[in-house]
Ligand binder design. Structure first.
Ligand SMILES: [Zn+2]
Length: 108
């Protein structure tokens, strides 16, 4: 839901993928959960299964020309990736917060 995993009241993101340093409501240190490249990894895994599976099904069933594949799968890949990346990052940050996987060192 892109809300604080601690209290569910405030927004987790200050922009599309930028996590706020701390929840303004409950003080959960969500900014210390460094999701790094886990959200894109999960996004790619999900989108690839849908797009490649769909592509193979459509090709096997209808055998459309290549431009039809391009017209369907390229926009779908873009839209799905952009739509899923933020909620997946939010879920990753929530899981990391729950598991205590927070950045502890203060150098940086
Ligand atoms: Zn909160």
């Amino acid at each position: 839901m892109s809300r604080c995993p601690g209290c569910g009241q405030t927004r987790l993101f200050s922009s599309y993928l930028k996590v706020v340093p701390q929840c303004a409501n409950c003080g959960a240190p969500v900014g210390l959960a460094r999701a790094d490249d886990a959200p894109p990894y999960f996004t790619i895994a999900i989108v690839a299964h849908v797009v490649i599976g769909g592509m193979l099904f459509v090709e096997k069933t209808y055998s459309p020309p290549l431009w039809v594949h391009a017209a369907i799968w390229l926009p779908l890949t873009l839209v799905m990736s952009l739509a899923l990346l933020q909620p997946i990052k939010g879920a990753t940050v929530g899981l990391m917060l729950k598991l205590g996987m927070l950045k502890q060192d203060i150098d940086e």
